[in-house]
Ligand binder design. Sequence first.
Ligand code: PEP
Ligand code: MG
Length: 886
Amino acid sequence: MASKHVYFFGGKKTEGKATMKELLGGKGANLAEMSNLGMPVPAGFTITTKACQLYYENNKKWPQGLKEQILANLKRLENVMNAQFGNPKKPLLVSVRSGAAASMPGMMDTILNLGLNETVIAGLTAKTGNARFAWDGYRRFIQMFGDVVMGVPHETFEHILEEKKRAVSAKLDTDLSTDDLKDIVARYKDAYKKHTNENFPDDPWQQLVKSINAVFESWNNDRAITYRKLNDIKGLLGTAVNIQAMVFGNMGETSGTGVCFSRNPSTGENKFYGEYLMNAQGEDVVAGIRTPESIETLAKKNKTAYSKLVGLKNKLEKHYRDMQDMEFTIQDGALYMLQTRSGKRTAAAAVKVAVDMVKERLISKEEALMRLEPEQLNQLLHPNFDPQAEKGATVLARGLPASPGAATGRVVFNAEDAEAWAKRGEKVILTRIETSPEDIGGMNVAEGVLTARGGMTSHAAVVARGMGKCCVAGVGALSIVYREKKCTVGSAVIKEGDYISLNGSSGTVYAGKIKTVEPELSGSFSTLMKWADEIRTLGVRTNADIPRDAEMAVKFGAEGIGLCRTEHMFFEGDRIISVRKMILADNKAGREAALKELLPIQRKDFEGLYRAMKGRPVTIRLIDPPLHEFLPADDESQMEMADVLNITLQRVKEKVSELHEFNPMLGHRGCRLGITYPEIIEMQTRAIMEAAINVKRQGIKIHPEIMVPLVGETGEIKLCKQVIEETIAKVFKEQKIKIPYMVGTMIEVPRAALIADKIAEDAEFFSFGTNDLTQMTCGFSRDDAGRFLKEYIEKGIFEKDPFQVLDQEGVGELVIMGIKRGRSARKNLKVGICGEHGGEPRSIDFCHRVGMNYVSCSPYRVPIARLAAAQAVIRQKGKVKFTLDK
Ligand code: PEP
Ligand code: MG
């Protein structure tokens, strides 16, 4: 017997439910669930995602039994609806919609009014007494079917429609008469034939078969593939196909259609939110062709439908225990639900909704924490406009505050230009009349999106919110001329490349650039972070080299510094001169003289850092990069250096060539420099300790953690530690004071992980430098791997870039081994990570499971790490405990 490919929904006959998302897709499963809840859902049936998968496996043929099951369910639908496919007396019209297990808004295609032909139209007219409605439906059907199923360019139809509107002086589509629509249908059919060499199909079954296949095909169109890639959606079977009896929002002024959210998806405020249009059909609202009305006004137009809708949204939110995004249609006064799903929201809304729902006792704190993707917090941590600067800026126009935040950039008018400009390192604002799924790539690289048309649920608004991009939509005053790459607002002309600024929270468009300021992190955000801190066991530190970054990180909740790359301080201001003097010195005395100049500078730097950290632990790493990195590479800078140091250009060039290495990353760097030039370690240690003593005398207790980089053999850590300890003993003696400190090492050479037990005899703490550890384990150059890694990922050789997401299988094994062996020698060995992976949620989950004490990441990632660390605990609960002895 063939497997079951089709599931019916509608009243008591419903076969699916919400938990069957994987098989029925999100839309299909939720339609079934709403039917089960007794809600007014037009009946229909769902073809499974498995059928779509089999379609592809079968060389694009339907799997066995699918045709029969569709026919049987169609019959069932006809019975339920008391209507018949192709019967002019009681026609059944259906919609065909895609719906994968993961929500992919705007990515897949929809066909409405399927089942229409000229015979059916006559019957429909007689039945409804509304010829205009019947012909408008037919026009829409030809357009959607032509575009979606047969690939007739959308513009071809738009052009015919616009031409007709102009000819009869119609402002809106609704101003067109029945005869106008008949004429448009005739022209549409001509255009269809011209493009496809076929007549428009009259047979509803033919129409249905082609549409189902088109939905299957749309699973693998470029837009869908791009969306899945951008959103990291993997492992799905395919898309389901939902075939549902049509209800009509365009049957006159007592009908309408809309999209609504149970809470505000932009701010999270617990207030019913949405838009609708009367006398319109589904796509009109989201396509942004007419600007829709806000949902409250529906109460005046149709109180009964409005109250019913409010009741249903309350019930759905309680049932799903999450904010819902719903589609509805009112057909001649009667309300129908066409979709419900968990609503996409901005990060600010996600945080507020999650926290509010805990307070409303709908969900637990743990659930609230799991409701956010840690990466989403990025949206909240980024700057807004400086209020003073914004006040003084020139307002160009106002539109809808479609997605919050602030963006400044250069105007571009299409997605390709956006990508090209972005590639050149320019920040761009993608400016479109309205956006469509083709614009995804451009939206992704843009700082912000600006559209002339469309509402809060338009494509631009929904996608921008999902991406965390600032968006101002529906700026009616904006007139765009794509051909000339310019737009006008009143008397202002903005050309491609001109700077503009968008405030996505107020919907304002400004001329020129505007200064930005850091965000305020309070309210729901701090509540959620507090809950994360209560649950997580992993510490979160930051990688910071200067007081400003350290202060920012503390504001974001950093509990210490996990990595201060001291060499970064060497580049600031005049100190590079002393560094170069040290490198150019011919002997120890010369080097020591240069280091003497550096000592007070470094000491001051560390004091600043300690003050910013107010007593939190600070790990300072000794010099790491090869010395040639401090010398200029080009002629002009070398000449300048010779001038400043009062030496010949020849001498500079000689030194540069002397320090040249074929593989500097594997060369004279890290602790190897300290072995050759112990005086550098001496100076740095002295600066670290003297600074700590100075701030201690001002009342700030700091216990410095001195970290030796790139250790791979015990002799290295032993020698370095000896120099460090001798220096510290001298400092204590001179200063007549002792303070606690630790000496530890980075684990970034694979050999160090292998002999971690021996290294731990000297090292009092470990910090995994997974940037270098990945480089040396995989044999991928950190600086060059970008050239081929992209291809590796596309071809599936590596699932993720191992420099971004920790390669648990390979590098991770070394980390596990390092921890296990290290702790076998030193039971309470403190272990952290300071490679880029320390701020990446999946890697943080790993760090938690393998028993690290803390992660350290860049300041802006600190809140992301706090949340990811809490999620790691929640995820681990109830699961088989991960042990180091696996
Ligand atoms: C590392 O290698 O992971 C590390 C943190 O050090 P750096 O990036 O400075 O080499
Ligand atoms: Mg390193």
